[in-house]
Design a protein around this ligand. Structure first.
Ligand code: AMP
Ligand code: AMP
Length: 368
């Protein structure tokens, strides 16, 4: 790990700072990232399959393109050399982490990256993220080691569920009716995902929080040493967000239960009296990140929460990089506009931090 850091520092040292290219994989929040980079005057590069690149070209956000059929080929030394030749700074996002994996990002990807690559395992590994959040004083849902211990409604999750596909809710009453709770649940997941029972990853059983989802977006600036609150969104999930259109009696007749496949995002503004708590949570999370993995959190991150009727903010996940929910506010949202006194969104804010770091000779502080 130490070696790679030194290697990255050397690469940054060799970069032509007048010819930096902002690059990302064409997926997830790439429109946001690339448009923001253009607005701040950077050359952009999109990495992806031919058809995906075409999509980004149609939006006019691509200066350069790099075609790969398999994203893992980014780890190929020849590809990495080509990218370094262009003075590339990579911007990680959800698909980026999913395609390459946190191990490869930490040990094999030798291209300067905006943000802290060593914090990415803290978003992917549920134990590590719980450690981060709980020690930052953030309230989280209860978890259950075994289905036999379940005494309240729960949501059943498992790794590799792209965007919540295959998650489902279980009530205690439903579990009480079955003899073998584990068999029952595994069969349910197998049916929902089309996977054989023995191929299923370990389950994660979490207390179901009744409330409303609120995804809190922050940006930590190492240059300003400050956590900025950038806005809030919620996911638009199929089918849970549409169940209200079906009368309860019909739901019972047809035995419908909610699913959580993300199809988009919706912007939110918060009740204003919640904001002091939101700011305090962000400050504590940023502070704790520095103690967990140097150089701490850099740039955008997102706390995924449910807010209950008694206004508790309960977090069930954290993402240590840009999330797709920030796509809802290009060119701005109310909080970002008030704070920055100009339209601002995540992609532009990332590029602004890079621009300021170049100006101040501090690129090494924001790249790993
Ligand atoms: P896609 O390119 O849409 O197949 O998405 C690639 C990855 O990003 C998948 O793991 C998705 O679950 C995730 N993803 C894409 N869009 C969103 C979104 N709006 N919210 C959360 N995750 C997303
Ligand atoms: P995740 O993939 O963990 O971000 O969760 C996907 C979706 O599942 C969320 O957007 C929520 O709608 C729902 N969800 C996740 N965890 C909980 C929870 N503990 N209680 C209620 N709903 C949840």
């Amino acid at each position: 790990m130490g070696d790679l850091r030194a290697e990255i520092r050397d690469i940054i040292y060799d970069y032509d700072e007048d010819r930096i290219t902002i690059a990302t994989i064409g997926s997830h929040s790439a429109l946001n990232i690339l448009r923001g980079a253009q607005e701040e005057g950077f050359r952009t590069l999109v990495i992806g399959t031919k058809d995906r690149i075409k999509m980004y070209q149609r939006f006019g956000v691509v200066d350069l393109e790099y075609t790969l059929n398999n994203m893992k080929d980014m780890l190929d030394p020849k590809v990495q050399d080509d990218l370094k030749e262009l003075n590339v700074i990579l911007i990680p996002h959800g698909s980026f982490v999913a395609y390459l994996g946190t191990d490869a990002i930490q040990h094999e990807l030798k291209i300067p990256m905006f943000g802290n690559r060593y914090l990415l395992p803290y978003e992917s590994d549920r134990k590590l993220s719980a450690d981060w959040l709980k020690t930052a004083g953030v309230e989280m849902p209860r978890t259950f080691e075994s289905l036999d211990d379940v005494d309240r409604p729960v949501i059943v999750k498992f790794d590799g569920a792209g965007g919540g596909r295959g998650y489902f809710m279980l009530s205690e009453e439903e579990l009480q009716k079955v003899e073998n709770r584990t068999d029952y649940v595994l069969q349910k997941i197998s049916k929902a995902t089309g996977k054989k029972i023995k191929e299923l990853p370990p389950l994660f059983i979490q207390e179901y929080i009744f409330g409303v989802p609120a995804y809190l977006h922050y940006f930590y600036s190492p240059l300003k040493e400050e956590t900025e609150f950038m806005g809030v969104d919620r996911r638009y999930e199929s089918s849970v967000d549409n169940l209200g259109r079906i009368p309860a009696s019909k739901q019972l007749e047809t035995n419908i239960s909610p699913t959580y496949t993300v199809v988009g995002n919706i912007p939110i503004v918060l009740r204003e009296s919640l904001i002091p708590k939101v700011l305090e949570m962000g400050d504590n999370i940023s502070k704790r990140a520095y103690e967990l993995a140097e150089p701490g959190i850099v740039g955008p991150y997102c706390l995924e929460t449910m807010i209950t009727e008694d206004l508790r903010i309960i977090a069930f996940e954290i993402s240590a990089r840009i999330v797709a929910g920030t796509n809802v506010w290009i060119p701005s949202n109310p909080y970002a506009y008030i704070y920055y006194k100009e339209p601002m969104y995540a992609g532009k804010r990332i590029a602004r931090e890079i621009k300021n770091a170049l100006r101040d000779g501090m690129l090494g502080e924001i790249l790993t």
